[in-house]
Write a protein that binds this ligand. Structure first.
Ligand SMILES: Cc1cc2nc3c(=O)[nH]c(=O)nc-3n(C[C@H](O)[C@H](O)[C@H](O)COP(=O)(O)OP(=O)(O)OC[C@H]3O[C@@H](n4cnc5c(N)ncnc54)[C@H](O)[C@@H]3O)c2cc1C
Length: 535
């Protein structure tokens, strides 16, 4: 098996990269994926993430180590193990982050990653049903749609946000992120538009693109520090896939650093402790781990919410019938309907918290909705300072790495979350929302002081699924990849996925991951052309 480019991981970034690299037909591309094809029908029905999360046939089902910031709790970290990767399991929310996030990457010396540099790639990927303009694209592979359902409680939340003094923002992916409003979704006609649906399915017949599924990449093979191929495990046997030009790791924020360490690039002492031969001492591989932590307030309501619809057989039948006939209603529901990007302090330049508003509530997705009428306002800090890390459990590629998120490790992170909860309460106290609420279920009004709120956060907060930063891009010696995403200290190897983010973007991470794949495809072509020119 020999190809020009070998891409490891058919997730958000990997699918975009594979499709773009293979589109001219002048090179061959192999896309290697540990999971299988996205046959599970629940992947394609937006609300299906309730069923796919925790399902080992499509989810890696990682679990963190007990985290001191969460009072020693260990929490689930779902990650897609299927065509489309985490974009096949995610909540479908289409969010790019703030222009300032990318400008900051550029300020750190990463030429080519300022907002003006990355915007064309967001637009190129996008097919926004609202139409194109200076900030949005049409005709791209990724369907971006407005909601196909509404619920009064979410509309009341948005109005209450405005009553609390925040502006209504019809497009948080527009010129300014700040304000309250409604999410857009990576959907088309009521069906999920994962990276696989967007980028792979239309191109399955291409001779230049080969997808190798159910193949676990064990390690990268080097000859004199040049990456020449990868070792994969498929159907019980170990095989080699050779790259004539380059290997690109797109295995995500957990998979990519794990493969790097298994291949001898990581903290030398740590690698030796696991009996792995050291190719390059790179202590920061697996470090700089960042994630968005969410605290979920639940308010009980006077009128029925989606909890009641889902908990009744008649309600369920109505929901199914509506979806079957019109492709609308709760089955088209992404993780949230309404949203807000707000500042916890007036002196901030841009929002530092995000709200996800859901017309339902649950203790965990697996347990199903509460038996009472309620809605959820989830708040997360957008730019946490806390940094965690990953380490190998063993040299066996099948063993999951040990994940130490290190949530809430700094005073700023703790205070921002506490202030976010207070803002959620303030909005809940405004009309027209206030008169729809009967009581606060979580955290409950007993929790009033900062210490009490922090304790509730530590005991109940969970991930909002955005691990990033574990193979960070940068110009300093500790950085793992340079601004062209080339792994430092070796050649023929790049990394492209959420692991390269030096700092986590201020929002959900699917659209940025796809942008990274789109952008790298151009960089690889440019570099290949330059090389050919020089020769
Ligand atoms: C439950 C959930 C909800 C989310 N909700 C949202 C949302 O609403 N909006 C949003 O923007 N973002 C959301 N996210 C986050 C977003 O989907 C991810 O950040 C993004 O998809 C990550 O892209 P990636 O390319 O970095 O990695 P992934 O998409 O995770 O892709 C990595 C791929 O590599 C494969 N792989 C890993 N290791 C190996 C190996 N050794 N060999 C072969 N293959 C390997 C994996 O199986 C996977 O397919 C959510 C994520 C989850 C899990």
């Amino acid at each position: 098996m020999e190809y020009d480019y070998v891409i490891v991981g058919a997730g958000s970034t990997g699918c975009a990269l594979a499709a773009r690299l293979s589109e001219r037909g002048d090179v061959t591309v192999a896309l290697i994926e540990a999971g299988g094809r996205d046959w599970n029908p629940w992947i394609h029905i937006p609300v299906g993430y309730f069923r796919t999360m925790g399902n080992k046939s499509v989810d890696w089902c990682y679990k963190t180590e007990p985290d001191p910031g969460l009072n020693g709790r260990s929490i689930n970290w779902p990650r897609g193990k299927v065509w489309g990767g985490s974009s096949s399991l995610n909540g479908l929310l289409y969010v790019r982050g703030q222009a300032e996030d990318y400008d900051q990457w550029r300020q750190q010396g990463n030429v080519g990653w300022a907002w003006d540099d990355v915007l064309p790639y967001f637009k190129r990927s996008e097919d926004n049903e609202r139409g194109g303009d200076a900030l949005h694209g049409v005709g791209g592979p990724l369907g971006v749609n407005d909601m196909r359902l509404s619920r009064e409680i979410c509309d009341q939340w948005v109005k209450a946000g405005v009553a609390a003094g925040y502006r209504f923002n019809p497009d948080y992916n527009g010129a300014d992120q700040e304000g309250v409003g409604y999410f857009q979704f990576t959907c088309r006609k009521g069906r999920r538009c994962s990276a696989a649906t967007a980028y792979l399915k239309p191109n399955l017949g291409r001779p230049s693109l080969q997808i190798i599924s159910k193949a676990l990449t064990r390690r990268i093979l080097f000859t004199n520090r040049v990456a020449t191929g990868i070792e994969i495990e498929r159907g019980g046997s170990v095989e080699t896939v050779t790259a004539r030009r380059e290997i690109i790791l797109c295995a995500g924020a957990i998979g990519s650093p794990q493969i790097m360490m298994l291949s001898g690039i990581g903290n030398a002492e740590h690698l030796r402790a696991h009996g792995i031969e050291v190719l390059r001492d790179a202590p920061d591989v697996g470090g700089n781990l960042q994630d968005h932590l969410q605290a979920r307030l639940v308010h009980k309501c006077k009128k029925p919410t989606m909890n009641d619809e889902v908990n009744s057989l008649v309600g369920k039948m109505k929901i199914a019938a509506e979806y079957a006939m019109k492709r609308t209603g709760p089955m088209t529901m992404a993780a949230s309907l309404a949203c807000a990007f707000l500042k916890t302090r007036p002196d901030l330049q841009t929002p530092d918290i995000q709200f996800h508003i859901q017309p339902w509530s649950a203790d965990s997705p697996a347990e199903g909705p509460h038996k009472f009428s309620a809605f959820t306002s989830s708040v997360c800090q957008l730019r946490p300072e806390s940094r965690g890390h990953l380490e190998l459990k063993s040299a066996n590629p099948r063993d999951y790495p040990l994940i130490h998120p290190n949530y809430l490790a700094t005073p700023l992170d703790r205070q921002t979350m506490i202030d976010g909860v207070k803002i959620a309460r303030d909005i809940a106290a405004q009309e027209p929302l206030a008169s729809s609420i009967t009581s606060e279920h979580a955290p409950g009004i007993e929790a009033q002081s900062d210490d009490e709120l922090l304790e509730w956060i530590r005991n109940s907060a969970t991930t909002i699924y955005h691990p990033s930063g574990t193979c960070r891009m940068g110009q300093d010696d500790g950085a793992i990849v340079d601004e062209r995403l080339r792994v430092k200290g070796v050649s023929g190897l790049r990394i492209a996925d959420c692991s390269i983010m030096p700092t986590l973007v201020s929002g959900n991470t699917n659209a940025p991951a796809i942008m990274i794949g789109e952008k790298l495809s151009d960089m690889i072509r440019d570099d290949a052309q330059q090389l050919a020119g020089a020769a």
